[in-house]
Design a binder for this molecule. Structure first.
Ligand code: CMP
Length: 138
């Protein structure tokens, strides 16, 4: 069993899709071992996405990520990072497979409903960015 970090993004919380997305997560054998609903500050969002700071879409991405509440989560299961990336589908919903979260719910490449860590190392960094050890109950 391993862990990954997930965000249910503002486009999804605004449409009241938290439960529907959590059902897809749980139906695919991932356990939600930590979860909280928060509103990102500009500074916290910029820190989280600092790897993208030179990308042309960075400013718009930050504006979007602070536009409403988000749900931050820790997911646990077999091959959690890889498994959750399959469940999410491609970044651009136009390229996402049927049955994935982004195919079902994402609006476009930016408002793509969910984030998931892309490696075990980043999962650890991202989990630590939002959660204290004692908030993760597995
Ligand atoms: P995420 O997996 O959270 O990682 C970076 C985010 O930037 C991505 O999901 C999208 O929300 C956004 N993003 C990635 N590529 C683009 C793009 N070409 N245009 C706008 N937003 C993007």
């Amino acid at each position: 069993m391993s862990m990954t970090f997930s965000i249910i993004k503002p486009d999804a919380t605004k449409r009241n899709l938290t439960g529907a997305i959590n059902k897809m997560i749980e139906d695919n054998n991932l356990i939600i071992v930590a979860q909280k609903r928060i509103k990102l500050t500009k500074e916290k969002a910029e820190g989280f996405y600092s790897i993208h700071k030179d990308k042309p879409f960075f400013k718009e991405l930050i504006h979007y990520m602070i536009s409403g509440p988000i749900i931050v989560q820790v997911l646990k299961g077999d091959n959690a990072v890889e498994n959750y990336r399959k469940i999410m589908g491609a970044t651009n919903p136009e390229n996402a497979d049927n049955g994935t979260i982004r195919k079902e719910f994402a609006i476009n490449i930016q408002e793509n409903s969910v984030h998931g860590s892309d490696s075990e190392e980043n999962a650890r960094i991202e989990i630590d960015y939002f959660f204290e050890k004692n908030e993760i109950i597995s």
